[in-house]
Write a new protein. Structure first.
Length: 267
């Protein structure tokens, strides 16, 4: 099976951490986030990984090479200018079967194999994974009409379906992506819907973090160090936090540092 990982962004919101290295090489525990993604894809049965690179892409090439050391085949396509999250698909060589397409800054427990199977049985050109998240307003919410209170909800909970930045796409979606301009995945989704095409939604309630800001990065780090076995096989997860001990990380919302404390062994 084939996966395409988009790792070309400059990640300016994570500067200075990403000033001299691509976001794909930012470490979660002892592993670059991209290595965690590749290992999870491999463990779900994916044997070919295409990396769409741009900013500091040569560093990614040096890190992952042809992928043999990770048990997969890695190939590359290079953006000469920023193309967004959909247009780089035009650069993918030898793309002939459906592929997982995902952002390269995501820590998630989504079952890539099940996602792929769901897509192939749907008959649709695109499947969008979404994270089902329940958010609490934390305050009382009023319905007001003509200056009169109609109803009040105390700290209501609202369920949101959040696009996870993970898709399965058939190569035929290229017909809906402009060749000459930058294009993003929301534009592709809307183009398919406007043409009467159905787009499959794949909801999951597992773990999902992007590392696009320092605070989100810290949350992902805390989660991974506490539960590496959720994301990696047992042998790799024990190496992830050093000798198989649970790690606690204190978040600093306004900074970019982690306070780490080792707790009791875990099994």
């Amino acid at each position: 099976m084939h996966a395409i990982v988009l790792v070309g962004g400059k990640a300016t919101r994570l500067w200075p951490r990403t000033r001299s290295q691509p976001k794909a090489l930012v470490k979660i525990g002892q592993y670059p986030i991209l290595e965690i993604i590749i290992r999870r894809l491999r463990d779900c049965g994916f044997d070919r990984i295409t990396l769409c690179i741009a900013h500091l892409g040569e560093m990614i090439k040096r890190e992952f090479g042809d992928g043999r050391h990770l048990g997969v085949t890695v190939d590359y396509c290079t953006e000469e200018r920023p193309l967004g999250t959909a247009a780089p698909l035009h650069l993918v060589p030898d793309w002939t079967t459906p592929a997982v397409v995902m952002n390269g800054d995501i820590l998630t427990t989504v079952d890539f194999a099940d996602l792929y199977r769901r897509h192939t049985t749907s008959g649709n050109l695109l499947t969008v994974a979404f994270h089902q998240s329940v958010l609490c307003a934390g305050v009382g919410v009023l319905q007001v009409r003509d200056g009169l209170v109609q109803q009040i909800w105390e700290k209501p909970h609202v369920e949101w379906n959040i696009s996870a930045g993970v898709y399965v796409a058939d190569p035929r979606v290229l017909d809906y992506i402009p060749r000459s301009d930058a294009a993003d995945m929301p534009g592709l989704i809307n183009a398919l819907l406007a043409d009467g095409r159905q787009v499959t939604g794949y909801g999951f309630r597992g773990q999902w973090y992007d590392i696009g800001t320092p605070f989100r990065y810290q949350k992902a780090m805390k989660e991974f160090l506490a539960h590496p076995d959720r994301y990696l096989k047992a042998d790799a997860s024990r190496r992830a936090n050093g000798s198989g001990r649970r790690v606690e990380v204190a978040l600093e919302p306004d900074g970019d540092r982690l306070s780490v404390a080792e707790l009791s062994p875990w099994s």
